[in-house]
Design a protein around this ligand. Sequence first.
Ligand SMILES: [Zn+2]
Length: 277
Amino acid sequence: MKKDQSLTRRKALMAGAGALGAPAAAGLLTPGPGGEAGPPAAPAPGPPARRPREPSAYRLQPLAGHGPPAAPGRPPVRRAPLLRLSGLGRAMVLTFDDGPDPRYTPDILRTLREYDVRAMFFVCGEMAAGHPGLLTEMAEDGHVVGNHTWSHPLLTRLSRAAVRTEMESTSDLVEEVCGARPLWFRAPYGAWNRAAFQLGAELGMEPLAWTVDTLDWTEPGTRTIVDRVEGGAGPGVVVLAHDAGGDRSQSVRALRDYLPHLLDAGYHLTVPRRHQV
Ligand SMILES: [Zn+2]
């Protein structure tokens, strides 16, 4: 019985991945460099898409706009956050927000370590300040530590100066603890504004949102979180989950379930790379 369920789920996972190449879903991917993640719905007009110089390099592509891929140094000022990765083949990215929290983050780190998987942690400065050891652990395990502001405010309600303080103080703390400034930023509640994009670029960070929202913060049940991740699985998909901000025991349990399933389904769980100056 259990085996059958597992088999069905695996089939569903595989089917979900294949569906990305279908015209309806392919519209999510803009054609261009690194478009290997899925064919465009229609032939792109104009000159052929420029091929990435290094096919194995991790590249990012925004959903809207046609800015250049993430480049070393100061990133471009984007108008929309990046929602998924492209050019990674059958790869996915797991992201955990709002931590670190000593009640849940260590469990998540343990599971990732068990499967030798790297993920992204978008940390809040005020949480990180209280638990720098967890930040060190993330960095030492090869995870990417991203900036999720200091106190998790709604940036759209803050002055530009306040947004800067929220972002800069967090980057300063991450640098102090991990030895490197974060290269990625994520706005709390996914509420982006111009200041966030401009200041993020100024501080050397690319804005990363997500493709699949587990809505784990609503505590919908472990099973539901697992189903959302597996149902939304596909090449280049970025998954949003949380390791803090409330009772995250469901998120912790769900990871133990979906992570091995994703790996069994042939996904490579990875993190995007950017070259620091
Ligand atoms: Zn958050």
